[in-house]
Design a protein around this ligand. Structure first.
Ligand SMILES: [Zn+2]
Length: 120
């Protein structure tokens, strides 16, 4: 993969990571302020008050799902650092660039991803 491509994907990952972090922090702060524990409720508050479209989008996801996504993003960023980014964790083949552009934290190539999903 070209350096510029990798850098673009890295920036995308970092941007998304910061956004999710910001969202989760806000959600946690909101839960304290409002004294509510149900995640649905603070998501609701955020979707009402957020001016940022992307933050609004995140408000539709569950905190659990967001934490999972955050973990995958962090993993992808560290794989960029050690040079193993873009390689399928199952078959060790390169993940096509189009796939990485769509899902920058993809761990598997499409073929392996399908096999994994079928097993579930
Ligand atoms: Zn594969």
């Amino acid at each position: 993969m070209k350096k510029e491509e990798l850098e673009k994907l890295r920036k995308k990952l970092i941007k998304k990571r910061d956004k999710i972090k910001k969202f989760l922090e806000r959600a946690e702060r909101g839960a304290r302020e409002w004294g509510e524990s149900g995640e649905r409720i603070f998501h609701h508050h955020i979707s009402d008050t957020a001016t940022d479209e992307e933050l609004k989008e995140l408000a539709f996801m569950s905190a659990t799902r967001l934490r999972e996504e955050l973990a995958m993003i962090e993993e992808a960023i560290s794989r960029i650092k050690d040079g193993t980014y873009g390689i399928c964790l199952k078959c060790s083949k390169k993940i096509p660039l189009e796939r990485l552009r769509a899902i920058p934290y993809a761990r598997y190539c499409i073929k392996c991803q399908r096999e994994i999903e079928e097993r579930i």
